[in-house]
Design a protein around this ligand. Structure first.
Ligand code: PNW
Length: 454
């Protein structure tokens, strides 16, 4: 029985889409099943010294076999939607060429099971598991990968399009490009120079744009297309007109490499000037494709990006976190709940966006099982309550946020951090695959039931 809704002024509009998010490589496992090709994450995680403890996604949450039970859990929590990603190498084991029908079958079954539970599927077409065969031919350094992506995206949209109405092209271009190709901490583990990184970024943007066009060309009319980007969620340190004006400028400029390019179909002058000779090579036709209109914008928001007005010609200055700034279990995960107010608000002021989804928000925490088998994650609950309170402020002021996907449903494979960092509202014992909803799952269930944050 659902908990009795508490009367609260902090309610969300009727129909607000409460969901949770996952990604193929982080939850599925079954990495050699039904003809799946290898991805750059299989290669990377199987290379000694690349991930914490040598952890891989070979098994992960075994979601490939357990999705029915996990969907039952979602239903019990009252989730209205579920964001999952399709593993490109399941569908095209070599990235291009012949599709693998057995690979797509899994997503047919997943989508059918979600709809049977009255949970709306939101499909991400790329969450970092690039087919290894494509990496061998240059990966995102090659423009061909953007073209191959569009063929793959169109193929999936054609086959799932009768039931999946929302697609996100790429997840977090800024993370997979910068962390995978500049810092080398994520697959494929490269440390390219500035020009190399800028070109990879351009090909990612191009894949997004060509993907939008391919999805529209292959799915029924009315299909909605967007992306899920972890754009810098700019927050004015102080809420005064001058700092807010500075924040608006920062929103465009700090996101020039990805979200601004996609929203405007151009790189900002400052971005190109900053790169100088390292600026990407591009054509007008490519920029037009990159700027293909989207139906919605997904924002993955975890941390605040503080700025202040500083009287400079640029119009703002970044304010970096002092050493004592609080963070969650992952050191990068600084706590700034206002990011869920300012991020979507500034995005909707700077660009003409019809609909915004918070495509990810959540946190890692040092979860432990009590002797009687519970996980009392008051820290994660605190984090969620605070962030949702600020999201509610925005929605009540008219910021067009239509839904929220909590990252994540389950503890899962946290990339280079392996299984050491837990982001789920459901605890997973990775030896037995036993699921235990945490206290934060109760909080989320009550929030959904009340359609308000208490
Ligand atoms: C996102 N940062 O990654 C990804 O979309 C998920 O796959 C991931 O599990 C989740 O957030 C938690 O990390 C990020 O350094 C990785 O700011 C790093 C950052 C942000 C998001």
């Amino acid at each position: 029985t659902p908990p009795a809704p508490m009367p609260s002024p902090r309610s969300f509009p009727q129909g607000f889409l409460w969901g949770s998010a996952t990604a193929s490589y982080q939850v599925e496992g079954a990495y050699q099943e039904d003809g799946r090709g290898l991805s750059i994450w299989d290669t990377f995680s199987h290379t000694a010294g690349k991930t914490f403890n040598g952890d891989t996604g070979d098994v992960a949450d075994d979601f490939y076999h357990r999705y029915r039970e996990d969907i039952a859990m979602m239903k019990e929590m009252g989730l209205k939607s579920f964001r999952f990603s399709v593993a490109w190498p399941r569908v095209f084991p070599a990235g291009t060429g012949s599709p693998n029908p057995k690979g797509l079958d899994f997503y047919h079954k997943l989508v059918d099971a979600l709809l049977a539970a009255d949970i709306q599927p939101y499909c991400t077409l790329f969450h970092w598991d690039l087919p290894q065969t494509l990496e061998d031919k240059g990966g995102w350094r090659s423009r061909d990968t953007a073209e191959a992506y569009a063929v793959y995206a169109g193929y999936v949209a054609k086959h799932l399009g009768d039931r999946v109405k929302h697609y996100m092209t790429l997840n977090e271009m800024s993370t997979f490009v910068n962390v995978g190709y500049r810092d080398g901490r994520h697959a494929p583990g490269l440390k390219l120079d500035k020009a190399g990184v800028a070109q990879v970024a351009h090909h990612a943007c191009l894949a997004h744009g060509l993907g939008v066009q391919a999805i529209r060309a292959n799915a029924p009319a009315g299909t909605l297309v967007g992306l899920a980007e972890n754009a810098a969620a700019i927050v004015p340190v102080v809420e005064t007109p001058e700092h807010v004006a500075a924040a608006r400028k920062a929103m465009r400029e700090e996101n020039a490499m990805f979200l601004t390019a996609v929203m405007e179909g151009r790189y900002t002058d400052r971005y190109l000037a900053r790169l100088g000779a390292a600026a990407p090579k591009f054509t007008a036709a490519e920029m037009k494709a990159i700027g293909s209109p989207v139906d919605f914008v997904g924002l993955n928001i975890y941390t605040p990006h503080y700025v202040r007005a500083d009287g400079s010609e640029q119009g703002y200055a970044n304010v970096h976190a002092p050493a004592s700034f609080p963070h969650m279990e992952s050191p990068w995960l600084t706590i700034g709940p206002e990011a869920l107010y300012w991020g979507p608000k500034l995005a909707s002021e700077v660009w003409p966006i019809k609909a915004i989804y918070i495509s990810e928000n959540g946190c890692s925490a040092a979860d432990t099982l009590t002797p009687d088998g519970q996980v009392l994650d008051t820290d994660r609950t605190m984090y969620l309550r605070n962030y949702l309170t600020h999201l509610q402020r925005g929605v009540s002021e008219g910021v067009p946020v239509k839904g929220y996907f909590l990252w994540s449903l389950l503890d899962n494979y946290e990339w280079a951090d392996g299984y050491a960092k837990r982001f789920g509202i459901v605890y997973v014992d990775f030896k037995t695959q036993k699921r235990t909803p945490k206290l934060s799952a109760q909080f989320y269930k009550a929030t959904i039931a009340a359609n308000a944050v208490g």
